[in-house]
Design a protein around this ligand. Sequence first.
Ligand code: URA
Length: 197
Amino acid sequence: MSEKLETIKEQIIECVKCDLCKTRTNSVPGKGNFQSDVIFVGEAPGKNEDQYGEPFIGVAGKKLSAALEEVGISREEVYITNIVKCRPPKNRVPTTTERSTCQEYLKQEISIIKPEIICILGNTAFNSLLGGSEITKFRGKVVQKDNQLYFLTVHPAATIYNQELIKILKKDIVKLFEIIVELKNDRKVQIDIDYTA
Ligand code: URA
C-alpha cells in the first residue's frame, strides 16, 4: 500500500471527528489496489464491516464481488471505500454533518489513487459527491465534474432481494470496465452529464 494511504488509514482508525466514533466497533478505511483505475464508493459500513474494519464484506459486498467477477475482476484489483468510514447506528443513512466531516478522507483517497473513474454505488454516494438523487434514473451514466469522471450505478445492498437490480448492477459493471478500457487507450468516452459545462 502507498505510504500516504497508510497514513490516511491510520488517521481514519483513530478518528474522533464526529459522534459515530462513540458507537463504532472499528472504523472502516478504504481497501484495495492503490493503483486501481477505479474507486468504488458506497454509503457507510454496516454491521460486518464495523466488526472487521473492512469495507463491503457482508451480503452487499458479496453482491459487489459477484458483479466484479462477471468481468473477471477480483475485489483486490480495485479500490473500495465509503462516503462515511464509521457505521451509523442501526445502519441509518449518515447525516449531512457526518458526511461532510468525513469527506476529507475520501478526497485524500481520490487524490492519491487518481482513478480514471469513480464508481458511485447508490443514492448516498450520488448525493454526497454530485448532489444527485434517484440513482435508478441515472444509473449506467457517465458524469464529468471538475476534471473527474464518475460512473453511476445502484447500491449492491439494493440488489439483495431484487433479481432485476442484480442484473442491472452486473450490466453496469460490464459497461464500467468497457469504459475503463477506452480510457486506458486514450479514446474518448461519451459523457452523459457534464457538471462543469
Ligand atoms: N454498504 C456500504 O455502503 N458500504 C459497506 O462497506 C457495506 C455495506
